[in-house]
Design a protein around this ligand. Structure first.
Ligand code: ATP
Ligand code: MG
Length: 320
């Protein structure tokens, strides 16, 4: 069921609370699609580097091929939030320096240093990197799977394109006004009306950034191209958390395409696990009621650690 979903979309976001199996499900989904012959880009924003562990590969900011299967492949990226935020702020600093008169540079630098630690900066930096990755790999890859960090961040991540787009818009509008003013001033003193090269460069940067976020926002909210999958487990608190994620996504205008209940206890492997399964059934019932209308996929508790293609294939079998 999850596999059918991934076959019909270009981007799949996998979200949910900590430790429920987001990275495992993302990797298994990527593997399953690669075995279909699809070219998959798997992006992790998880600071724990578990994706590299799963594929036994050293991953980083640029895609590394972790699996080839006929025509299909999985290229994986593990974003380092710290490096991403540093790179992001270096770019923003460059933009600000180009925009502001020199006497304001020290103040701008100080402001940026503070902004680095402000709530949301981490997310906006990571989001910008995800947007860039999606933008640059939509043509080369059939599917992009985004394994997101625990849900609070993810949700803010999805709300951000809107905010960032409007921020860039207003920056561009004010640039337009000042550019027209500068051009008028230049023509008055007879120095032609060619904009300075730095201005043109800056405009291009801002427009590219705006377009990137607009693309991401359009993509993320288009159910024909993007699916959001909420992963959880059948325990009291995790179910409440899954329900909350679904509600918050709804507020952002995103309908989750699937809810996954991972690590279901087996009914036929002893009294203890059978009793747990009974217990899970009750929590599952509450989840079903709260997410009525959203397809629910269950994945059994597997006997192995989910690392390596073989273990992932076991998980992938349950996604079909
Ligand atoms: N169905 C399963 N059966 C057995 N073990 C599982 C199953 N799904 C996941 N695991 C194991 O549970 C642990 C957590 O899984 P995973 O790292 O995928 O969760 P996560 O949601 O990505 O966690 P985090 O929020 O820390 O990123 C891992 O050790 C993984 O091997
Ligand atoms: Mg993870």
């Amino acid at each position: 069921m999850l596999l059918a979903l991934a076959r019909s979309r270009r981007v799949v976001f996998v979200g949910g609370k900590g430790g429920v199996g987001k990275t495992s499900v993302s990797a298994a989904l990527a593997l399953a699609r690669a075995r279909d012959g699809a070219r998959v880009l798997l992006v992790s924003t998880d600071p724990a580097h578990s994706l590299g562990h799963i594929w036994d590969a050293r991953l980083g900011d640029e895609p590394v091929r972790v699996l080839t299967h006929g025509d299909g492949c999985v290229d994986a990226v593990e974003l380092d939030p710290h490096a991403t935020i540093e790179a992001h702020f270096a770019t923003v600093a460059g933009t600000m320096t180009a925009m502001l008169p020199e006497r304001l540079h020290p103040a701008a630098r100080q402001h940026l240093e503070q902004a680095k630690t402000a709530p949301g900066s981490h997310e906006s930096a990571v989001l910008e990197r995800i947007a860039t990755l999606i933008e640059s790999h939509l043509d080369s890859h059939d599917l992009i799977v985004v394994d997101t960090a625990p849900s609070g961040h993810t949700l803010r991540l999805l709300a951000l394109p809107e905010q960032l787009t409007s921020w860039t818009e207003s920056l561009l509008a004010s640039r337009d006004r000042s550019e027209r003013f500068a051009a008028a001033a230049r023509s008055l003193v007879g120095r032609g009306d060619e904009p300075a090269p730095a201005d043109a460069q800056l405009r291009r940067t801002l427009i590219a950034r705006r377009d990137r976020f607009a693309l991401l926002r359009g993509l993320v909210t288009d159910p024909a191209r993007t699916a959001f999958v909420v992963v959880g487990i059948a325990e009291r608190l995790p179910v409440a958390e899954s329900v909350e994620v679904v509600r918050q996504l709804g507020e952002l205008g995103i309908d989750p395409a699937a809810v996954v209940v991972n690590r279901r206890s087996p009914a036929d492997a002893g009294a203890l696990l059978a009793a747990r399964r009974e217990q899970e059934e009750r929590h599952l019932q509450r989840l079903r009621e709260a997410t009525a209308g959203i397809p629910l996929t269950q994945i059994p508790l597997l006997p192995v650690d989910l690392a390596g293609s073989e273990a992932l294939a076991m998980l992938a079998d349950h996604l079909a």
